[in-house]
Ligand binder design. Structure first.
Ligand SMILES: Nc1ncnc2c1ncn2[C@@H]1O[C@H](COP(=O)(O)OP(=O)(O)OP(=O)(O)O)[C@@H](O)[C@H]1O
Length: 314
């Protein structure tokens, strides 16, 4: 559904200054997948999305999206994809249903079909009770659902969503996700979305692609990435700092005060042996717990930075 090779995009600023927003991206996404594109502010997520959706030409590289080349046949790409950007797509003057009908007419649907499609989408996204409201009167979550509905009017095979849940409260975020999953179940739409929220990418997406500084630095299922790149941890506390330092050197871990952190492939299985060894060395362990890594641990391993250091919009 998406095949990109060597995509780059350089923006020219004032004088001779340039920004290399995307620095050589290769990407293949199969039909029917739900892929989360994750990365810190300024990593190049939106620029990549804008190239794949034909809103921006790449500086170099090629991409085929939904069977059409983005440079040679942008109209062909646009006919097969939907794009829900970060900003609201609906205007302020029409009623919600009229916005959807007008969008259908813009895509060439006859009036009757446009009306039927609008009603189908109002139902799919639980917007029917709001059909006669103006978009400006909707809540953030309702408005985002309308944006998604607008992106689906022409039954795209592939829907790009740029941060669909950013700025929403937890309840609205959960609702948006329920709708995204329902959409996939109902139509089998391929979904490619960017998000700042690590736990959303972790639990919802089948595949996580991490971008940093214009390059893809990790790509796989969340479990694969966590197992291969971060691993579990055993966290122990000891009675004294000296014991913590000894425990850390015995187990190839790190000590911080009386806390010791040890990486292990399977922490739950490794813990009993670890405790026996420390006990044998006369080190008194006062607490012990195991933790599974997060996608932030993956990012930390790869870059030495935390994704959560980033400014995440509320
Ligand atoms: N039109 C533009 N002109 C100049 N620089 C740009 C332009 N658009 C993006 N950039 C720069 O390109 C880099 C990548 O931006 P992009 O918006 O793709 O990142 P992002 O990962 O989507 O970030 P965010 O999560 O903040 O939306 C940034 O340094 C940004 O400032």
């Amino acid at each position: 559904m998406i095949h990109a090779r060597g995509l780059t995009r350089v923006f020219k600023l004032k004088k001779k200054e340039t920004v290399e927003a995307v620095r050589g991206i290769d990407l293949d996404v199969e039909a029917g997948r739900l892929v989360a594109f994750l990365g810190p502010n300024g990593a190049g997520k939106s620029t990549t999305l804008r190239i794949l959706t034909t809103l921006l030409p790449p500086t170099s590289g090629t991409a085929t999206v939904a069977g059409h080349d983005v440079a040679r046949d942008p109209a062909g790409v646009r006919a097969r994809i939907g794009y829900v950007g970060q900003r609201n797509s609906a205007g302020e003057d029409f009623l919600v249903r009229d916005e959807l009908v007008t969008q259908g007419r813009c895509y060439g649907l006859p009036a009757k079909q446009a009306a039927a499609r609008a009603d189908e989408l109002l139902d799919l996204l639980d917007l029917t009770p709001l059909a006669k409201r103006k978009p400006g009167t909707l809540s953030g979550g309702q408005r985002r659902r309308l944006d998604i509905a607008l992106g689906l009017v022409h039954r795209p095979d592939l829907l790009f969503l740029d941060e669909p849940s950013t700025g929403l409260d937890p309840k609205s975020r959960a609702e948006i996700w329920a709708h995204i999953l329902r959409l996939r179940e109902t139509y089998g739409t391929t979904l490619f979305l960017t998000t700042h929220y690590l736990e959303e990418a972790d639990t919802m997406a089948e595949r996580v692609v991490i971008i940093d500084n214009g390059r893809i630095i990790a790509d796989g299922t969340s479990e694969q990435l966590k197992n291969d790149l971060a691993g579990d941890h055993i966290t122990l506390t000891t009675s004294t700092e000296a014991e913590a330092r000894r425990a850390a050197s015995m187990s190839d871990g790190t000590a911080d005060g009386t806390t010791v952190r040890v990486r292990a492939a399977n922490a739950a299985a490794a813990l009993p042996e670890c405790l026996r060894a420390l006990d044998g060395a006369g080190i008194k362990v006062t607490t012990a717990e195991t933790t599974r890594p997060t996608l932030d641990d993956v990012f930390l391993t790869l870059t030495g930075r935390s994704l959560t250091d980033d400014d995440i919009p509320a």
